[in-house]
Design a protein around this ligand. Structure first.
Ligand SMILES: Nc1ncnc2c1ncn2[C@@H]1O[C@H](COP(=O)(O)OP(=O)(O)O)[C@@H](O)[C@H]1O
Ligand SMILES: [Mg+2]
Length: 232
């Protein structure tokens, strides 16, 4: 079976102090349809860098990312962004909601990349917010919502276009762990209902345990969580 998303030999470094620091040194990952993979790792180990490359937001120095066996064209901005808007939903540690739009309107933003939102889109947005426990918050502006509520809107938005892949970068990392775990359960429920594939970066062991596989990013490579030095 061809992986839905595969990364092979990903290298990425940044200039620092006149030299260069290698953050990713040969990362390999295969994500299958409907699968959830959790990635853990120390702060600064390169988790966000890897997630951004997997989602075509950043390009590797070396290596390849492929979707259903077709390599992403990192040299073609237009093609890459077309792929991304059609295939990937993102949630980040900070929510990036538009402050002047209500929760409901924020969910319709990814739709606008494709078409003028219609009734089906509104129904979908309301349903997602409802499933994230926000049925009475739909018409609130982000500034009128708590941190946890804002993050829930951002998670719902990631699923709006029914992406095949959701990439979640410490989506509840700023929240109390008990609350974060509960919101994580909601995220996994959305994923399971929609049959989405998920890569989630998280420090929460309970959340990581819900994934089908757990990997750790260490010394620039992905290894089995708890099994340092082993190949995934
Ligand atoms: N745009 C950038 N320019 C320079 N250094 C960066 C950039 N992005 C990330 N880094 C560095 O790369 C390393 C990995 O960062 P990051 O991927 O954010 O790690 P993590 O998400 O695991 O905390 C860090 O040392 C960070 O400072
Ligand atoms: Mg990060």
């Amino acid at each position: 079976m061809t992986a839905l998303l595969s990364a092979t030999g990903i290298h990425k470094g940044y200039p620092r102090h006149g030299g260069r620091v290698d953050v990713l040194r040969g990362c390999d990952l295969e994500l299958y349809s409907g699968e959830a993979v959790a990635i853990t790792g120390r702060s600064g180990s390169g988790k966000s860098t890897l997630l951004n490359i997997l989602g075509g937001l950043d390009h590797p120095d070396l290596g390849q990312v492929a979707c259903a066996g077709i390599p992403l064209r990192f040299d073609s901005h237009a093609e890459l962004s077309r792929w991304r808007t059609g295939t990937v939903g993102f949630t980040f540690q900070f929510h990036f909601l538009l402050p002047d739009f209500t929760a409901l309107e924020n969910l319709l933003i990814p739709v606008r990349a494709h078409r003028r939102p219609g009734k089906d889109d509104l129904d979908r947005a309301r349903d997602l917010l409802d499933r994230m426990g926000l049925s009475d918050r739909m018409d609130h502006l982000p500034g009128e919502l708590s941190g946890g509520e804002q993050q829930r809107v951002a998670v719902a938005r990631a699923f709006m276009n029914r992406p095949r892949i959701v990439l979640a970068d410490e989506p509840f990392g700023n929240l109390d762990q008990a609350i974060g775990s509960r919101l994580g359960d909601m995220l996994f429920d959305l994923k399971n209902t929609d049959g989405t594939s998920l890569v989630i970066v998280t420090h929460d062991p309970r959340l990581a345990a819900r994934a089908d596989r757990r990997l750790e990013l260490a010394a620039g490579r992905l290894v089995f969580d708890g099994g340092e030095g082993m190949d995934p």
